[in-house]
Design a binder for this molecule. Structure first.
Ligand code: ZN
Length: 260
């Protein structure tokens, strides 16, 4: 099942995505599926209809919790050790944008980089959950780009600005519940050229452990998002690039890059 959030110009609505490519259709459902059972209204809308726009499949209720250096090869490419326990940081919910929304490069950075990641969407209030019980608290999974002003990240010991600026957290294109995330390919293409490639099997700490660990520090709310770290191959995003994050079993999140 794929659950999208979309607009035709007025209030956002939710839908199941059925079919592939040009034949894909939105099967409209009533209400927000994080809080209500999935119930089709009977309305169907072609995904490629004029005026249909996919939105970020969720706006995190309170926060995006992100994990640094969760793939050995990525830690090494930036000259960092793999941490003994997950290294967490926060991105504000105002950093979130959706599919095809532009990533706007801040004028205070000369080096903005892509980090393609598997994203976890929390489904219920979660506090101090064990790894064994953690997956029952997950609503589903989507793709994310943990966009990072690398020069600012290196210059400042807090990453709030480098990783939290507006448009630094594209997510989408939709949420897939119930996915087995033990071994999924994660890749990033810039203008069609593959830059990042890895598998979630290479994560130092797996999804269940990360949800558990984060819940020991923060109460996770329905709609909060956890980013699970990025594989090797991070690199620059510049004006007019198109960056695609693909996670096996989910789909492709595509965003243009702009410098205003
Ligand atoms: Zn990251």
């Amino acid at each position: 099942m794929r659950i999208a959030r979309f607009t035709q110009g007025s209030d956002p609505r939710y839908a199941l995505v059925e079919g592939e490519g040009d034949a894909a259709e939105l099967v409209v459902i009533s209400g927000d599926p994080i809080y209500m059972p999935v119930q089709p209204t009977g309305e169907r809308v072609p995904l490629d209809d004029d005026g249909v726009r996919l939105l970020a499949p969720v706006i995190p209720r309170s926060k995006v919790v992100a994990v640094a250096r969760n793939y050995v090869a990525h830690a090494e490419e930036l000259g960092n050790e793999v941490p003994e326990r997950p290294l967490l940081f926060l991105k504000p919910n105002t950093s979130v944008v959706g599919p095809d929304d532009p990533v706007v490069l801040p004028d205070w950075s000369d080096r903005v980089e892509h980090e393609g990641e598997l994203a976890v969407v929390i489904g219920k209030v979660t506090k101090d959950v064990s790894p064994e019980a953690a997956l029952a608290c997950v609503f589903g999974f989507t793709c994310a780009n943990d966009v990072t002003a690398r020069d600012v990240q290196r210059a400042e010991s807090q990453w709030a600005r480098a990783k939290g600026f507006d448009t630094s957290c594209p997510i989408g294109p939709w949420i897939v519940p119930g996915l087995d995330t033990d071994d999924l390919e994660v890749s990033v293409r810039v203008n069609g050229d593959r830059r990042q490639h890895g598998s979630t099997a290479q994560m130092v700490f797996d999804v269940a452990y990360l949800v558990s660990y984060a819940s020991e520090a923060f109460t996770l709310l329905p709609g909060d998002v956890i980013l699970t770290g990025t594989p090797a191959g991070v690199g620059p995003m510049v004006h007019r690039d198109v960056v695609e994050v693909e996670v096996e079993g989910i789909g492709t999140l595509r965003n243009p890059v702009l410098r205003r």
